[in-house]
Design a protein around this ligand. Structure first.
Ligand code: PLP
Length: 393
């Protein structure tokens, strides 16, 4: 590993670089090969049983995929990292490895939609007991854990109203229960937040978002102690949610500019949030970098930057959102987040489309809410664009 892992760009560029590679590649080659050939049966055996480094079959390991995993391992400050075909594969493989019938998991209510489905549908079907807690009721979460807890599952900041969960406090309480703490760090990335340093055992990502950063590859990452990550790796190599070498290359390429991009995402989101805050057509703005955000103090303590995600509610109803989005020149109206280009979407038609108005309201999601994933465009252009679009509704 090159230098201090907090020097993210240096780490991202050098962690998996091998000066001794036979072809002297400066850019990581994409190893499309499904299988790897051996002349010496003893060597083949040694690689197959893990006595010697090497690769046998790409569902299990692949050189390009491994380069990505080594880079994420360094960025997360973890003992081990493995990758998956998607973020949901990382999350589901991890949960199904660690939880058996009769176990109990404590989770916050505001997890990503797909994760929520695992808790509501798939884990209960396997006789795993799921306790859902109000995301910001830390005392309630601690009480729930005291009733029994194999896994504590957290995500912060949350979608779509950017609640910030106190990882350090809850990880400490989980430690007393002997529970494994998992944090979905997709929104923050290692540049803005290091869950393992805050006491979490495992950190998961949708690499589809900021880690890749260009909306052109999907992937997932899990980092943590080798004993736990190896168990999940075993599950994944048999269940087969392997990342493709081509996607691994794309994500590795994205990581080279992660720190640069996140700096700009942070800066643009802060400026946009401050601009929207004083606009008379905007009812409310949700961004952890605003001092009046209810979790500003926690965010300030546990995050190095407040991130590129924000949301805002327009005055009026959903018709205002319908008018606003098509008028924006520098924002794709699309699902997903964490891209170099700005993306906007109303939770009413994206992440929370399956809920009724009353259910959304109970979750504190106004009908006129717009989620805004600030890209890396020039910040003046983003503000001018919002200004002209808001003037026309
Ligand atoms: C997108 C997302 C996921 C799921 O990732 P996929 O790559 O789409 O499978 C999980 N968690 C969060 C916070 C996400 O934003």
């Amino acid at each position: 590993m090159a230098g201090n892992r907090k020097h993210y760009s240096t780490t991202a560029l050098w962690a998996a670089h091998d000066h001794e590679s036979p072809e002297r590649d400066v850019a990581m080659p994409i190893h499309h090969s499904v299988t790897f050939a051996y002349q010496d049966m003893d060597e083949w055996f040694d690689v197959a049983v893990g006595k010697k480094p090497g690769h046998i079959y790409s569902r299990n390991t692949n050189p390009t995929v491994r380069a990505l995993e080594l880079t994420m391992r360094a960025l997360d400050g973890a003992e081990e990292s493995i990758s998956f075909s998607t973020g949901m594969a990382a999350i589901s493989n991890t949960l199904f490895t660690l939880l058996s019938p009769g176990d109990r998991v404590v989770a916050i209510k505001d997890t990503y939609g797909g994760t929520n489905k695992i808790f509501l549908e798939f884990l209960p079907a396997n006789d795993v007991d799921v306790a859902f807690c109000d995301t910001l009721d830390f005392e309630g979460i601690e009480k729930e854990m005291a009733r029994g807890c194999k896994v504590l599952y957290l995500e912060t900041p949350t979608n779509p109203v950017l609640k910030v969960v106190d990882i350090q406090r809850l990880a400490k309480a989980a430690q007393d229960q002997g529970a494994i703490v998992i944090v979905d760090n997709t929104f923050a990335t290692p540049v803005n937040q290091m869950p393992l340093e805050l006491g979490a055992h495992l950190v998961v990502y949708s690499a589809t978002k900021y880690l890749n950063g260009h909306s052109d590859a999907m992937g997932g990452i899990l980092s943590g102690p080798k004993t736990l990550v190896d168990r999940v790796f075993h599950y994944r190599e048999i269940n087969g949610a392997t990342l493709h070498a081509n996607s691994a290359y794309m994500i590795l390429r994205g990581l080279k500019t992660l720190e640069l991009r996140i700096q700009r995402h942070n800066e643009n989101a802060q400026r946009v949030a401050e601009f929207l805050k004083q606009h008379d057509k905007v009812e409310s703005v949700y961004y952890p970098g605003l001092p009046d955000h209810p979790n500003y103090d926690i965010a300030k303590r546990q995050m190095r930057g407040f991130g590129g995600m924000l949301s805002f509610a327009l005055k009026g109803d959903f018709d205002q959102v319908k008018k606003l989005l098509p008028k924006m020149k520098y924002a794709h109206s699309a699902a997903s987040l964490g891209s170099v280009s700005t993306l906007v979407g109303p939770p009413r038609v994206t992440s929370h489309v399956e809920l009724t108005m009353a259910e959304r309201s109970a979750m504190g999601i106004p009908e006129s809410l717009v989620r805004y994933s600030a890209g890396v465009e020039n910040g003046d252009d983003l503000i001018a664009d919002l200004e002209q679009a808001l003037a026309r509704i």
